[in-house]
Design a protein around this ligand. Sequence first.
Ligand SMILES: [Zn+2]
Length: 489
Amino acid sequence: MRRRLFAKRIIGWIRLPSAVLALALLAAQAGCGFFGDKGEDSDSHRAAAAQPSAARYAGEPSPAIPFVYTADRELSLTFNGLPDDQTLNRLLDELDKQGIKATFFVPGMRVAEEPDLAKLIVSRGHELENNTLNRLDMTKLSYEQIDREIRLADEVIERETGIKPRYLRTRSGDYNDDVRLAAAQEGMDAVIVYSLFLHNWKDESESEKYLYIRKYITRGGILAIDTDEFEDVVEAVTMIAKAAKDVGYRFIPLQELVQHGGERKPAEEIEGYDLAKPNTDYAHSQYKLIYNVETDKKVVALTFDDWGTDYTITKLLDILAEQQVKATFFLRVKGVEANPNLARAIVEAGHDVANHSYSHPVVTTLTPAELQADIVKAHQVLTYAIQQKPTMLFRPPTGEIDDQTARVIAAIGYPNIALYDVTSFDWDSANSASDIVESTLKQVKPGSVILLHMLDDIHTTEALPIIIERLKQQGYTFMTMADLIAMKP
Ligand SMILES: [Zn+2]
């Protein structure tokens, strides 16, 4: 095995001198053409001759993409490296079996050694992208070396397979400004990072492995595995496919995912971004603590607190869609920051999204300045994540609140403090679905605000359809909390 590999490397090296020579020639022409792009006058050609290739690219750097901005139920599976013949064939068979089209970031040098393997990936319907020539640590290279690593890999891949890579990823996925600039200089659309880089397992059980992977099945996610480093890449793909199936999301090639993605407006340009501001003048600010609404009408508001994974929250969204019920989600914004697409998905499903703080503190334990900073940060991060103004309701974590704290919160721009009159203790996983249903139905009255949670590993997704159906049978209809508050008596 080792000897065969060694033999292949020798063949690779024999192939290389002519390849490198041809590339060097191409590179020289490309350098000239590049400077020529900026103007056909003789000055720019003189400049090119004086500084052949060391000049940093003067245009916009390629964007770095750690995930794609989309609320659609799709993500991409990507690989770094080019494995040996046997592993590659097993991997391609598994991808076929799972119906996954993936994206392979291949090192130029390996493609030069084994062009047939690169061609095989393409012939099986997967994408080929640029993993640099030698997979060196880019932070230790000069700009010129970085540019060369990218350019030569592009050239080898295109020459051997006919595919011109559009994306670049370094070995580790890390990048710096020079990598982005050189990628742009070589005409690449983006530097691709990752939302999960799966490294070798330590001593996790099978179910721990599965739950870890499932957490990263996110809308617009980019999963990465290095085929050289990871011990059993085929087994990992089997588990990833199962997790995605359980969450209800599908894998699509990276180019398609990026095309489906939207541009995010900078936070400051979104209307309502500045509705929450620190304000030390809170001594006389007015607030309302809203537990429920006085009414004879049989209306209630379902509210969900905290945060969870796509697995749980997408299930809640599906139940609400099926029941045609609109609800209010009070988000723990630190979690939203790491997975903004899921927050956007809640909004796109027609629900209200509101502020449940950034770091989930007991608000009465913070100084006014700390508390205001936390809630303002939550407002800003949430606005950016959902790309619109959130519903201007604040719910204090654990429900703990007092007069002074309520004034501090109101002064920021959140005068309506959204509490609840129906608690089900669904956050406690010891409570079964029927416990949750019973305790909820016992407390509900016209105008009630029902507190539920969107945490993983609790029984709310099982209880929710029953709660909604029973309340409908009793003649109740459902509103968002903001609509309930705005209702005329
Ligand atoms: Zn909470």
